[in-house]
Design a protein. Structure first.
Length: 544
C-alpha cells in the first residue's frame, strides 16, 4: 500500500556539520552534466486562452507544533521572501494527536515546542492565512477527560481563535478579512477498514480512530455543526483521496463493510456542507515501501498526472456532492511519501516543486501546501546513485530533508557515520524553488495556455493585471541544453529582469537588458528561467 503522507519525524537542533557554502555546492551536482545541444524547441502561448486565476492563497506551506525553529525571529521574513500566503498547523500526523488547549501530544503527554498563539504570531508577521487541522483522530480521548466530544473540543478552538482573540479580520494583511480555514483530521482515509480490521499506516494509534468513510462522514457532520455554530464564517474542509492520480490509496478501495469508495461515501453524506476538499499528493514512494523507489525522471514526469486528477475530483464533486465548484486544496505535497532521501535536496526537487504547484493551480486548485518549513535530517531514505531499475537519483548528500530550511540536525547513516545539515535556517533547493515560483505567479494573475514541442521542456505563462505576460520555462533534461523559440502573438521581451535557477547552486540569478534577452533563448540542463513580455513594438533583439 502506498503511504499518502510522511510520518512525524523526531527533529532536534545541533550546531556544526557541513558549511552552508559547501552544502549548497552539493545540491545541484546532477545539473552539471554535459551541455549537449538539441534542435530548437518551439514554445507557444495563447494570450487570450485563459485557464484559471491565480488564487490569493495559492502558495502555502506546512508547519508542525514540534518544530521549535518556528520561533526563529527571522523566519517571517524568510517566508515572505518565498511568497507564502497560507500556513497549515499543527502538522500532518501530529494534528490527530494534538491537544490545542494544553499544547501537548495526546498519546505521549509530551509538551510541544510551539503553541497556537505562537503560531498565530508567525502567521501575522508572515502576512499569511492560517489553516488549522483539528483533532479528529484522538479528539474523543481528550473528551473522556474533559467530558466533551471531539467536535466540541474543535468548536472550543474556534471560539478561542475567532471570538476571544479575533484572528479573523485582524490579520497582518492590513485589516483584510481572512477566514480561519479548518480541516477535520489528517489523511483519515488511511483508517479505512480492510477485511473487518482497521488498517493503520504510519504511527497513528489505530484504536483511537473512527474508522471507515461512513463513520468519518457522520462524525464530521457533528464537527461542522459545532464549529460553525461558534463562527459561521469559517470554511471547513474534509479529507478525500486524490482520485485520478495513481497510487493514492485508498482511491476506489471498497470491502464488505465499506461497499462504496471513501470519496463516494463522504461526498454523498456531506454534500453542500463541505467547505473544501482536502487531498495530499506524494508521487513517489521510497524503495522500502514500493520498489523501484524514487527516480529523477519518474518524479519530473509525474506531474502529467495532475490534469486528470483534477478532472476526476471535479467529476466526483459534481456526481456525489452535486457541486463541481467545491474548492480543492492540496494541503500536503512533496516528492516522496516517506523516508526522504538526497533527491529532496537536489535541483530536481526544485524543478518538480514548480511543476507540482503550477500543475494543480493552472487546473483550478485553490491552494497547494509544501511539506514543510523545517523537518529535520533523514538518513534512511534512498541515498544511492540510482534506484533498483538503474534510474538516476540526483543529490550528493548522504541524507534527505522535507524542509525548505535546514534545522541544523544530525543523524547516523546506515554505515554508522554521523552526518549533519548546514546551520539552521540555511535554504535548501526547495526554498529557491518556492522563491522562483512566487516571483512568477502573483495573486490576480491569470494562467494562459502554453505548450512546448519538447516533452522535457515545460512552459507556463501568466498574464499580469497590467497586461504583461510572464513566462516560466523548465528544462527537465539532466544533460541537454535547449534553444527555445517563443511565439506569443503581439508580445515581445523588453529586457526586464530574467530569473534563473539551476544549474548554479548559489540561489537565483538575475539578468537585465541585453544580457537578459541574450539568455532568453538558452535553457541549460536541469534549470528554469522566467522573464516578462509586453505588447507593442520594440527594438530588435540584441540592441540596448
Amino acid at each position: 500500500m502506498a503511504v499518502s503522507s510522511p510520518k512525524r519525524k523526531n527533529v532536534w537542533s545541533l550546531a556544526g556539520g557541513l558549511s552552508a557554502a559547501l552544502i549548497l555546492g552539493l545540491l545541484l551536482g546532477a545539473g552539471n552534466a554535459a551541455n549537449n545541444q538539441a534542435p530548437p524547441v518551439e514554445v507557444q502561448v495563447s494570450p487570450h486562452h485563459v485557464l484559471h486565476k491565480v488564487p490569493n492563497n495559492a502558495i502555502g506551506i506546512n508547519a508542525s507544533t514540534y518544530d521549535r525553529d518556528l520561533l526563529y525571529s527571522r523566519l517571517p521574513r524568510l517566508l515572505r521572501n518565498i511568497g507564502i500566503r497560507l500556513i497549515r498547523f499543527p502538522g500532518g500526523t501530529q494534528s490527530d494527536r494534538y491537544n490545542w488547549a494544553t499544547n501537548t501530544d495526546v498519546i505521549t503527554n509530551q509538551k510541544e515546542a510551539v503553541d497556537f498563539n505562537q503560531f498565530m504570531k508567525l502567521v501575522r508577521k508572515t502576512h499569511a492565512q492560517p489553516m488549522i487541522t483539528v483533532n479528529y483522530g484522538t479528539g474523543s480521548v481528550i473528551g473522556t477527560k474533559t467530558h466533551q466530544s471531539g467536535a466540541q473540543i474543535a468548536a472550543d478552538w474556534v471560539y478561542y481563535a475567532n471570538v476571544l482573540h479575533h484572528y479573523i479580520g485582524k490579520s497582518a494583511t492590513k485589516c483584510t478579512a481572512t477566514e480561519l480555514t479548518a480541516l477535520i483530521g489528517n489523511r483519515m482515509h488511511t483508517q479505512i477498514s480492510s477485511g473487518g480490521s482497521p488498517v493503520s499506516l504510519g504511527n497513528e494509534p489505530q484504536s483511537t480512530y473512527g474508522c471507515g468513510p461512513e463513520t468519518y462522514a457522520n462524525n464530521v457532520k457533528r464537527y461542522i455543526a459545532a464549529m460553525k455554530k461558534v463562527d459561521p464564517r469559517i470554511s471547513v474542509g474534509v479529507v478525500l483521496t486524490a482520485a485520478g492520480a495513481p497510487n493514492n490509496w485508498p482511491n476506489g478501495l471498497t470491502n464488505s463493510q465499506s461497499p462504496q469508495s471513501w470519496n463516494q461515501m463522504v461526498l454523498q453524506d456531506l454534500g453542500s456542507e463541505i467547505g473544501f476538499a482536502d487531498i495530499h499528493w506524494y508521487p513517489q514512494n521510497p524503495s522500502n515501501v514500493s520498489p523501484p523507489g524514487p527516480g529523477d525522471q519518474i518524479l519530473l514526469a509525474s506531474t502529467a498526472q495532475i490534469p486528470n486528477a483534477v478532472k476526476t475530483m471535479q467529476t466526483e464533486l459534481r456526481d456525489w456532492a452535486h457541486n463541481s465548484h467545491i474548492p480543492i486544496m492540496v494541503t500536503e505535497t512533496n516528492s516522496v511519501s516517506s523516508n526522504p532521501g538526497k533527491q529532496t535536496l537536489s535541483v530536481v526537487n526544485a524543478l518538480f516543486l514548480n511543476q507540482d504547484y503550477l500543475g494543480w493551480l493552472e487546473n483550478g486548485v485553490s491552494n497547494v501546501d509544501w511539506w514543510q518549513i523545517h523537518n529535520g535530517i533523514g538518513t534512511t531514505g534512498d541515498n544511492g546513485n540510482a534506484n533498483s531499475l538503474g534510474q538516476p537519483i540526483s543529490g550528493d548528500t548522504e541524507y534527505g530533508d522535507y524542509g525548505v530550511l535546514s534545522n541544523g540536525s544530525c543523524g547516523i547513516t546506515p554505515s554508522g557515520s554521523t552526518v549533519c545539515e548546514p546551520p539552521a535556517e540555511t535554504p535548501f533547493s526547495s526554498y529557491y524553488g518556492l522563491m522562483m515560483l512566487s516571483l512568477f505567479i502573483h495573486p490576480g494573475d491569470v494562467f494562459l495556455s502554453a505548450s512546448s514541442s519538447q516533452s522535457l521542456v515545460q512552459a507556463y505563462a501568466v498574464r499580469t493585471e497590467t497586461g504583461n505576460i510572464r513566462l516560466l520555462l523548465i528544462n527537465d533534461s539532466p544533460s541537454t541544453a535547449y534553444h527555445v523559440d517563443v511565439s506569443i502573438p503581439g508580445y515581445l521581451s523588453f529586457g526586464q529582469a530574467l530569473l534563473q535557477y539551476g544549474p548554479n547552486p548559489a540561489g537565483l540569478t538575475r539578468s537585465y537588458g541585453p544580457e537578459a534577452r541574450a539568455k532568453e533563448s538558452t535553457l541549460a540542463p536541469y534549470s528554469m528561467i522566467s522573464y516578462t513580455l509586453r505588447a507593442g513594438h520594440f527594438q530588435p533583439r540584441g540592441q540596448g
